[in-house]
Design a protein around this ligand. Structure first.
Ligand SMILES: Cc1ncc(COP(=O)(O)O)c(C=O)c1O
Length: 420
């Protein structure tokens, strides 16, 4: 079947109509699950060619390296994002760690905000530190601080698109100008806003990492991660990648990641996971837009409740990030919001009374989820570390799902009533 030109198609059409690389022999319209470890070749020469990448079309040899079902998901994500290269891995954390195992080296440093997802903070501060990689924390609202933290061994600037649970938004287009002048790549964890709401390439992102466990998996079915390479950075400026050959099809980053790092780390995505997440991709826009609209309505609703001390959502007029949010996300900053009550005790009482909203960690499940970050995600961090990370004890995080908004509001009203 001839390859279709999809450039003019809209977001969901591009994902849903993405064709398989090879036509299915039975005409299956969804990619079958290739739940096998190894692939057989007709003769010794063809298996040798596949291992040496001599085939015109790359062949699959072993599922830890590549797999047709996983590749199909990678192609859907390419169609959604416009990235040059996509690699699926076993989790969001595997996406972040594989990325830094590819570019960091002993003596290098990462410039980032201390306001990070807990495991990312721990990866930078403890895991990578053991290999001689330094983390330099900066206030990402302060462009001068970012510029002065960079030196010739800065392997990347990293941040989360909307920090969790602080809901800060770095001005990526402005930061990108500084990074380009200093030859430093911009790596952004964009888990919080799906591709239909954010154009990473236009914002200056070079490498994007995503926990596909969240919006992509389609109802929290599976754990997964994606690494997207926009092909926009010249890796000759990275001391570790400067000698890696740039091929016609891959940047030095993707080459090193795919041909060495990812297969050595071995955190490959499972084909059954890829199948579920490919199905999730087909309804991504529908779910993202509905969840985000409900999140905004709930944020407004919570702002009018007397017992609620503070509400965080970037689209609210009260947010100091509203204007950058409107610019980067076309006024649609996703389905995560935060709100504070008078005390930690009040948060516990409120949460224990909820009937529809679930007490669980995760984001962008079809179900609305609530969590008290200070005692859970950051529960084992020292008070000093919590202080550095800005984790408040009276704050809760809400991930808004697909239930009817009026039922969620009623659940909140009933739970707030217990605080009288
Ligand atoms: C912003 C962000 N990045 C990365 C991760 C890690 O993703 P995973 O749980 O898929 O490893 C999370 C998990 O909650 C997250 O919220």
């Amino acid at each position: 079947m001839a390859q279709k030109d999809t450039r003019n198609e809209k977001f969901s059409t591009r994902i849903i109509s993405e064709k398989f690389r090879k036509e299915d022999v039975h005409g299956a319209i969804s990619m079958p699950i290739y739940r096998n470890a190894a692939f057989e070749f007709p003769n010794s020469e063809s298996i040798a060619n596949a291992f040496q990448y001599k085939e015109d079309i790359a062949s699959h040899t072993y599922t830890r390296i590549t797999n047709p079902t996983v590749e199909n998901l990678e192609n859907k994500i390419k169609a959604a994002s416009g990235a040059d290269d996509v690699m699926m891995v076993a989790s969001g954390m595997a996406a972040i760690s594989n990325t830094f195992f590819t570019i960091a080296y002993a003596g290098s440093n990462i410039v980032t905000s201390p306001h990070l997802f807990g495991n990312t903070f721990s990866l930078f501060k403890f895991t990578l530190a053991a290999f001689g990689v330094e983390v330099r924390f900066v206030n990402t609202d302060n462009l001068e601080e970012i510029a002065s933290a960079i030196d010739e061994n800065t392997c990347a600037f990293f941040c989360e698109l909307i920090t969790n649970p602080h809901l800060e938004i770095a001005n990526l287009p402005e930061i990108s100008k500084i990074l380009k002048a200093r030859n430093v790549p911009m790596i952004v964890d964009t888990t919080i806003v799906a591709w239909c709401g954010f154009d990473a390439r236009a914002a200056g992102v070079d490498i994007e990492v995503v926990s596909t466990t969240k919006y992509i998996s389609g109802g929290a079915t599976t754990i997964g991660g994606a690494i997207l390479d926009y092909g926009t950075f010249d890796w000759k400026h990275n001391k570790r990648l400067s000698s890696v050959v740039k091929t016609d099809t891959m940047s030095q980053f993707s080459f090193k990641l795919k041909r060495e790092i990812a297969r050595n780390i071995g955190a490959a995505m499972d084909p059954e996971t890829a199948s579920l997440q490919a199905l999730g991709m087909e309804t991504l826009q529908l779910r993202f837009e509905r969840m985000s609209a409900s999140a905004y309505q709930l944020a407004l609703f919570l702002s009018h409740q007397q017992k609620v001390v503070k509400v965080g959502y970037p689209k609210l007029d009260s947010s100091s990030y509203k204007s950058i949010s409107d610019r980067l996300f076309s006024g649609n900053p996703g389905a995560m919001l935060t709100f504070s009550l008078e005390s930690k005790e009040a948060c516990y009482k409120f949460m224990d009374k909820l009937q529809i909203i679930r007490r669980a960690t995760n984001l962008f499940d079809n179900k609305t989820l609530i969590i008290h970050p200070e005692s859970t995600i950051y529960g084992t961090f020292s008070p000093e570390m919590k202080e550095v990370m800005g984790i408040e004890s009276n704050l809760m995080r809400l991930s808004v799902g697909l239930e009817d908004i009026s039922d969620l509001q009623e659940d909140i009203i009933n739970a707030l009533a217990i605080l009288d």
